[in-house]
Design a protein around this ligand. Structure first.
Ligand SMILES: *Cc1c(COP(=O)(O)O)cnc(C)c1O
Length: 394
């Protein structure tokens, strides 16, 4: 892969005014990514601030109950701020500092990436502005409060549907206006090159740790690794170190919403088609005219109408499989993991748990499966109760 291409996917479909910014970023990233000092500083932040390495936990009760493959959970939910997003936020913020930037901007949908960015901005003493759809601001008032508490300014975006895709577009516009002192801290493995590569590398700490921890516990690589896919950052971080190791099967779990045969879905690989949006070529949910379609999932972190270009390529070459998981299946998995292991997963992560529940019983007991638990589910309890017809106060 070269020039930010993953097969036909990826690339840089951006206005001329952003070219200098992405070139500057690419040069800086190439300079610092193998720099021993940069790596040592990032490792120190990951270990001593974000609580890495995260546990690889043997889910014994779940394993016995499902009666097939031996199941491990990669516990990204135990990271500071409760999800994998901090891995990328720390990496990019440190890189921005090295580039002499003093200001961060970021998009957020559910608010998880906004909170991770606000967190690292506070830690590294940087000015921070987060762009968020007005619709999402209302639904995620607690995360808006968190970001403001940590000194970040939250800007409502009312264009389009007032959701994540509009916040990304607004961020790109904002970056064009002010490149000198500002880094756009993009939240998933998407957008124009070099973002998909940068985010993937910073999230690959997940897969690298899985390999070390699985070798230690089992003396070999897992047979299956599963992760949920929104833009695809926790999944690509999980998959990337395994790509060359063909014996390990890679499964990405997309949000099917109310089903892939309905319009209320966010399953990009399963229902989308090739297109260009947000600076990249990849698969997108779109209508017959190429207009980006509204997407839906019970999980706010998964309802993005595209998927990162490296996933699109892994799908094309058949190296990874992308399966749809409905709201109902994810909610059942959310409840199942809570009562079986005492671990409340993020509803995003529950999509991966749901697919594991389908296939684990069909596998033999000597097979090993690792599910990346991208985040914790405290944030989802009110919505899950509501889904079951119960109204609990926040
Ligand atoms: C944001 C988020 C996701 C989806 O983002 P990816 O880039 O696909 O990883 C998944 N899980 C959690 C907990 C999230 O916060």
């Amino acid at each position: 892969m070269s020039n930010g291409r993953f097969g036909v996917h990826g690339g840089q479909y951006i206005p001329e005014t952003l070219m200098n910014a992405v070139i500057e970023l690419e040069e800086a990233y190439n300079k610092f990514k193998d720099d021993p000092q940069f790596k040592a500083e990032l490792k120190d932040l990951l270990d001593n601030y974000a609580n890495r390495p995260s546990l690889l936990y043997y889910a014994e009760r779940m394993t016995k109950d499902l009666g097939g493959a031996k199941i491990y959970l990669k516990r990204e939910d135990l990271n500071h701020t409760g999800a994998h997003k901090i891995n990328n936020a720390l990496g990019q913020a440190l890189l921005a500092k090295k580039m002499g930037k003093t200001r961060l901007i970021a998009e957020t949908g559910a608010g998880q990436h906004g909170v991770a960015t606000a967190t690292v901005a506070a830690l590294l003493n940087m000015e921070c502005h987060v762009y968020m759809g007005v619709e999402d601001m209302e639904r995620q008032a607690l995360n808006v409060y968190r970001m403001r508490l940590m000194g970040t300014e939250v800007h409502g975006v009312s264009s389009g549907t007032g959701t994540l895709k509009d916040a990304v577009s607004e961020c790109m516009r904002e970056w064009t206006n002010r490149i000198e002192d500002t880094h756009y801290l993009l939240g998933s493995c998407m957008g124009p090159h070099p973002f998909p590569e940068i985010v993937r590398d910073f999230q690959s700490v997940i897969g690298n740790e899985i390999i070390d921890q699985c070798m230690e516990a089992e003396g070999r690589y897992p047979d299956y690794v599963l992760a949920c896919v929104g833009g695809g950052s926790n999944a690509i971080g999980t998959f990337y170190p395994f790509i060359e190791h063909e014996d390990t099967k890679l499964i990405g779990c997309e949000a099917a919403g109310r089903g892939i045969d309905t319009f209320e879905t966010a399953a990009t690989i399963n229902t989308g088609s090739l297109g260009i949006f947000h600076g990249m070529k990849s698969y997108f949910c779109q209508d017959e005219f190429g207009q980006i379609a509204p997407v839906y999932s019970i999980s706010a972190g998964l309802d993005y109408p595209g998927i990162g270009p490296e996933h699109a390529w892994l799908h094309d070459i058949g190296r990874a499989q992308y399966v749809p998981v409905t709201d109902e299946e994810a909610v059942c998995a959310f409840e199942y993991l809570s009562r079986t292991e005492g671990i409340i997963p993020a509803i995003e992560s529950a999509h991966a748990v749901a697919h594991a529940m389908k296939i684990a019983p069909t596998l033999s007991k000597d097979q090993i499966m690792v599910i990346t638990l991208s985040g914790r589910g405290d944030k989802d309890c009110v919505a899950m109760a509501r889904y079951r017809g119960e109204d609990i106060n926040e």
